[in-house]
Design a binder for this molecule. Structure first.
Ligand code: LLP
Length: 465
């Protein structure tokens, strides 16, 4: 499995050719080198430099349509809500909004982004273990589709806020089904010890309590067992538990209209076998076909991950005893997944000449002052000279959104390809933008309360009056 912590044997790594062959939107041209949809990546690198994120719009649309086809094939009343956290760029959100997807958001910022991109409020669900008061107020005021409450405490909070505002919020209870998704420890969310959701055993009683609270109307259940899930068994187990709870609740006279089944479908980073959307659809059908509920899913990675890549240039190749280090101009501040989850990402050169070079092992690293700034170990790559450009694959999800300015490195540029056209959708951040909001205290700043410029941004928790 790509994201498990067990070490992988580099001898089993797919070659650059095998990686390209498994990705229909990538191709290798004798003159142009690596091409995404219809655009040679060298053209983008030459025009705007690196590091640069590149996303394929036609690829995202095609993935979205094949997911929707699979879901429709279930015969269920099923709706997909794109998990905004995977890639929250407005261009990406607008693309999915145009395809009819709703949005799954986890903060005020994501809610406002989704609205700015044209997602209707009635197609937005709000997840998360600690929603701020301003975020909840906004969600209630906008009358979004549903708020997934994650605890008894949060349920009371939503009830108090909504009744004070004179609204009735639709609330689903996010249940912790105590299912091990079999994914990396850090992205497993459905086991009893994880911080997410309401303990399964408490859910029925809490649903009954929710029905008595002012300002809210319980409409259903939700669960999300984790991300980069690579087998269907944990889905079947979790959906089975949700279905069981629907029966229990209905038997005691409660209405259950929706079941939100979360996201998590894995992608083949290392060309490993993973379930297709049809498999997920089968698990949904199996659990809910006779229940007459509206079924929601919240896919993120599956829609955008394979459609994006990170272009980086070789700064230098450092040969130490025994190891060839290829040092890139992209680092863990740009793409943190390998450092954070031991994630495996394909790395392939983009020039036609490099693409046919003999393969020798190399450690591919970034320039950041930490040993965790390593993209790949013992990866079979051709000789790469300074300025050679590589593509780090499957970086469309949890890539740019997780980047940071560590080591005073500005945000990389972002580009969207659509067929044979491409557009810069985020300019490379200017260096001085990194410190534009900073202030050095002066000797006359005696009273921090008056000297500090509070700025214009709203705090997540407003200061007490
Ligand atoms: N719904 C909820 C409530 C979630 O928490 C998530 C992801 C999703 C949907 C979407 O899951 P997806 O379909 O993308 O797997 N940064 C990590 C992944 C964190 C996922 C967090 N929650 C990574 O790079 O692997």
């Amino acid at each position: 499995m790509a994201d498990r912590s067990a070490p992988l044997d580099p001898a089993d790594d797919p070659s650059p050719d095998e990686l390209i062959a498994a990705r229909p939107f990538l191709s290798r041209h004798a003159m142009d080198g690596l091409v995404l949809e219809g655009v040679p990546l060298a053209r983008i690198a030459h025009a705007i430099g690196t590091p640069t994120w590149v996303y394929g719009a036609a690829t995202m649309r095609a993935r979205c349509r094949s997911l929707l086809d699979a879901l429709r094939g279930t015969g269920l009343d099923v709706h997909a809500h794109y998990a905004v956290k995977a890639n929250d760029h407005l261009a990406v959100l607008s693309l999915f909004a145009a395809e009819g997807l709703g949005a799954d958001v986890v903060s005020e910022g994501e809610l406002r982004r989704a609205r700015a991109a044209g997602v209707p409020a009635e197609q937005i669900v709000f997840s998360g273990v600690g929603k701020s008061v301003p975020a909840l107020r906004l969600a209630i005021a906008e009358d979004i589709e549903q708020i997934n409450a994650e605890s008894a405490e949060e349920l009371e909070m939503i009830s108090a806020l909504a009744s004070a505002m004179g609204h009735t919020a639709r609330v689903a209870l996010r249940v912790n089904p105590d299912v091990d998704a079999g994914t990396h420890e850090k992205i497993s969310t459905g086991r009893a010890q994880d911080k997410f959701g309401i303990p399964y055993a408490d859910a029925a009683a809490l649903y009954a309590r929710a029905a008595t609270l002012p300002g809210i109307r319980p409409v259903g259940l939700a669960a999300h067992i984790g991300s980069q899930v690579e087998t269907l068994a944990p889905y079947r187990a979790a959906f089975g538990r949700l279905a069981e709870l629907v029966h229990t609740l209905r038997a005691t006279g409660h209405a259950v209209e929706t079941v939100d089944c979360g996201g998590g479908l894995g992608i083949p980073y290392r060309n490993q076998p993973v379930p297709r959307p049809e498999g997920l659809a089968g698990a949904l059908r199996g659990a809910f076909h006779n229940l007459d509920v509206r079924v929601l899913v919240e896919p993120g990675r599956w829609l955008v991950g394979p459609a994006g890549l990170l272009l980086a240039s070789v700064i230098l190749v450092k040969q130490t005893e025994g190891t060839r280090f290829v040092v890139l101009d992209a680092g863990m501040n740009d793409l943190v997944r390998p450092a954070m989850y031991d994630a495996w990402h394909g790395i392939i050169p983009i020039s036609a000449v490099d693409l046919v070079g003999p393969l020798e092992p190399a450690d591919v690293v970034g320039p950041i002052c930490e040993s965790s700034d390593t993209f790949a170990r013992q990866r079979r790559l051709p000789p790469l000279a300074p300025n050679a450009c590589v593509a780090i694959l499957d970086a469309g999800a949890y890539g740019a959104v997780m980047s940071s300015p560590y080591n005073a490195r500005p945000r990389a540029a972002e580009v969207m390809v659509d067929g044979d056209r491409w557009t810069v959708i985020r300019a490379r951040q200017a260096l001085d933008a990194l410190w534009a909001d900073e202030r050095v205290p002066t000797a006359t700043d005696t009273d921090p309360g008056t000297a500090a410029d509070p700025g214009t941004a709203a705090p997540r928790t407003p200061a007490p009056a």
